[in-house]
Design a protein around this ligand. Structure first.
Ligand code: IPE
Ligand code: IPE
Ligand code: MG
Length: 250
């Protein structure tokens, strides 16, 4: 079932005081480890720990959707050892955490091109999604082998397959086929680790998302850091193309 959400470009959404959807690029694991003279993969392991805290903090604050960028379609370019270790950590996290997520009412979704993952990992993903499908407290989406361009292209292709005789695609029709069609557009985007770029994350969905960049490295990101991002969001004026004066009037 696809629920229909506001589109920031074809309608004017009512911005929620607490971001309904938070999307995070969890960056800086490697530098965190390097500062401690540890191997990069130690930073990734520490990063997994922070994921647990941030999920909990989001539930407590009433965030309904949390989307985490775990592995980009370009991260295959890293040294094979690091890629392997990241896959192992993903498998371990699924094996250990899915039951706990389920107990806490979290619905798990994985977005990305799963065809490059091995059978065991794909199976864990399918089982985790199935077990948690009816949970409503928080929807946790993990973007793995995800790229914003991949998403738009797979949506175009899926639409074409569904409508072989149509020629013109609309925004709304395309949006229905995006990997995260089940979620509203993110209200708040956070990137840790100091870089100020999108790195091929949610290109379509971030059209009117408020962007927050912090130098904090992901393994140091805690509930207080999340609160700082939410507080910054709460001071933004979300105009969606209108003037300040128009906002005051409405
Ligand atoms: C983010 O941390 C995790 C992944 C991309 C999987 P990095 O590994 O990119 O950490 P830095 O940017 O090198 O510090
Ligand atoms: C983005 O981080 C991807 C994830 C956090 C999963 P990167 O570290 O891969 O991004 P770039 O290469 O610095 O842009
Ligand atoms: Mg990085």
């Amino acid at each position: 079932m696809i629920r229909r959400f506001f589109s920031s470009t074809t309608e004017i959404p009512e911005p929620p005081p607490v971001p309904r959807h938070v999307a995070i690029i969890m960056d800086g694991n490697g530098r965190w480890a390097k500062k401690r003279l540890m191997p990069r993969v130690a930073g990734h392991a520490q990063g997994v720990e922070r994921v647990r805290d941030v999920i909990k903090a989001c539930v407590e604050r009433g965030v309904e959707y949390l989307t985490l960028f775990a592995f980009s379609s370009e991260n295959w370019r890293r040294p094979p050892d690091e890629v392997n270790r990241l896959m192992e950590l993903f498998v371990m996290a699924l094996e250990r955490e899915v039951k706990k997520l389920h107990k806490n009412g979290v619905r798990l979704k994985i977005i990305g091109d799963l065809s490059r993952f091995d059978d065991h990992l794909r199976n864990l993903i399918a089982k985790g999604e199935e077990l948690t499908a009816d949970n409503t407290k928080l929807t946790l989406t993990v973007a793995a082998n995800y790229g914003g361009r991949w998403d738009i292209m797979q949506a175009v292709n899926a639409w074409r397959t569904a409508h072989p005789r149509s020629h013109e695609i609309t925004e709304a029709a395309l949006a229905e086929h995006l990997a995260m069609a089940y979620a509203p557009e993110p209200d708040l985007f956070i990137r840790t680790g100091g870089e100020k770029r999108i790195s091929n994350f949610l290109l379509w969905q971030l059209a009117y998302t408020e962007l927050f960049f912090t130098d904090t490295l992901w393994p140091d990101f805690d509930a207080a850091a999340l609160d700082a991002a939410i507080e910054s969001y709460q001071h933004r004026e979300r105009r969606f193309g209108r003037t300040s004066e128009q906002l005051v009037q409405s």
